[in-house]
Write a protein that binds this ligand. Structure first.
Ligand SMILES: Cc1cc2nc3c(=O)[nH]c(=O)nc-3n(C[C@H](O)[C@H](O)[C@H](O)COP(=O)(O)OP(=O)(O)OC[C@H]3O[C@@H](n4cnc5c(N)ncnc54)[C@H](O)[C@@H]3O)c2cc1C
Length: 389
């Protein structure tokens, strides 16, 4: 019997512990979590309803992973979105699909997802140590130090998450522990994060609170097109938020440096062709046409008084961007443990034989919409499954 320690009780750590105990029942498995309850960040996903995966193929998950998606090939082979869905429905948590293939529990309660994981951990005899913060690793003697004493281990699985929303417990400090083990941490940047604009139309707050369903944003860096996203968008007092802005931000991680000019072009009516609008405004006043297509009166008013109100201002509304809202409001961390040092088939470290790393701690980041949760579950599952006997 070996003692397996798993650090981090988020989706990756819980799934790693479940896989570990079901596949290697002979081992003692201990899950250590710094918070007083499991899945603190998971509880925030999908606006507190837990967007646990997306009803898409493994290939689509890779496609929606702007950074290092190919690394996921083997882990998604072990646990893809359909396996994740089956995992929960087999345990009597019914799921539903919403727009953009997003999957939620039918109860709309993130807590129910955590309960399934917790029940499973208990059923298989995983020892859960809450309020137990790992502070250092004694590499030589293979033991970890925590605020609740020392724990020896034969194998260690790191599922400590990234550095965003630090109040959830994943505050980036655990990357220092991974450095102690000899691992390289690539630069950490906020991703899936609201975008900041200093443009006067934003600073005036005239557009604050306006939201749009399925508009199209195209992002440019130094006039070069980087990405186009169609999703929901919210204007805020600082700039842009909502899934369209968050997803766009994932492609702009390296964009906001001195000298770069970043802007987006917003199409508020992506389903209506420009030529059709142009033909319509020849027949009737533009305001009437835009109201007919569902453009809010406030946007029309703002465009009329400030900028120009014409078809182009609706189909190609240009907004300069100047940065992001940073780690405190980012959903995901870009950067993490260098993947050169991790075996993608097992999640085991190539540098340290007794170490595996999974979830957001790795240098992989996907889009919101259940993709990051899928990465956490599938890499966690693989880490637990692929221990050396
Ligand atoms: C507001 C918000 C909304 C989101 N919405 C979505 C969404 O809609 N779809 C989606 O796919 N993703 C979403 N995400 C991202 C998703 O929640 C994360 O990618 C996912 O939780 C990562 O899982 P993880 O297990 O790797 O890490 P985490 O969930 O961060 O879990 C890591 C755990 O490790 C613990 N820990 C860290 N260091 C230590 C230590 N030294 N000792 C003990 N414990 C430690 C932490 O307390 C934490 O509980 C969202 C994130 C946020 C913040």
């Amino acid at each position: 019997m070996k003692q397996i320690l798993i650090i981090g009780g988020g989706p990756a750590g819980c799934m790693a512990a479940i896989a570990c105990k079901t596949q290697h029942p002979q081992h003692q498995v201990i899950l250590l979590e710094g918070n007083s309850r499991l899945g603190e960040k998971l509880r925030l996903t999908g606006g507190g309803r837990c967007n646990l995966t997306a009803n898409v193929s493994a290939e689509e998950i890779i496609k929606h992973t702007p950074r290092n998606g190919r690394f996921l090939f083997s882990s998604l082979n072990n646990m893809d979105p359909h396996t994740i869905m089956r995992f929960f429905t087999d345990r009597k948590l019914l799921l539903k699909e919403e727009d953009h293939q997003r999957i939620f529990p039918i109860t709309d309660k993130a807590e129910d997802v955590v309960n399934v994981l917790e029940n499973e951990l208990k059923k298989y005899g995983v020892q859960i140590q809450l309020s137990t913060l790992v502070t250092s690793i004694d590499v030589k003697h293979k033991q970890i130090k925590t605020n609740k004493g020392n724990f020896p281990f034969d194998h260690l699985i790191f599922a400590t998450g990234g550095a965003t929303y630090p109040q959830t417990g994943s505050n980036g400090q655990s990357f220092e522990l991974l450095k102690q083990c000899g691992h390289t941490i690539t630069p950490l940047k906020p991703s899936e994060v609201p975008l900041v604009s200093n443009a006067s139309i934003i600073q005036s707050k005239d557009l604050q609170g306006l939201s749009f369903k399925d508009i199209t944003i195209t992002a440019f860096v130094n006039e070069k097109k980087i990405i186009q996203v169609t999703h929901d968008l919210l204007f805020t007092h600082f700039g842009l938020s909502g899934p369209a802005a968050l997803q766009t931000s994932s492609y702009l991680n390296d964009a906001f440096i001195d000298g770069n000019k970043v802007h987006v072009s917003i199409d508020f009516l992506p389903k209506v062709k420009r030529e059709i609008l142009e033909a319509q405004v020849k027949l009737k006043p533009i305001e009437e046409i835009l109201l007919f297509h569902g453009i809010p009166k406030r946007l029309i008013q703002v465009l009329k008084t400030g900028e120009s109100l014409d078809v182009m201002s609706i189909k190609q509304f240009k907004l300069e961007l100047h940065g992001t809202r940073g780690f405190t409001t980012a959903f995901v961390t870009c950067g993490g443990v260098s993947l050169k040092e991790i075996d993608p088939k097992t999640m085991r470290s190539k540098l340290v034989p007794w170490l595996s790393i999974c979830g957001e701690a790795l240098d992989v980041n996907s889009l919101t919409g259940g993709y990051n949760m899928t990465v956490a579950f599938s890499t966690g599952y693989t880490a637990g499954l692929m221990l050396e006997n």
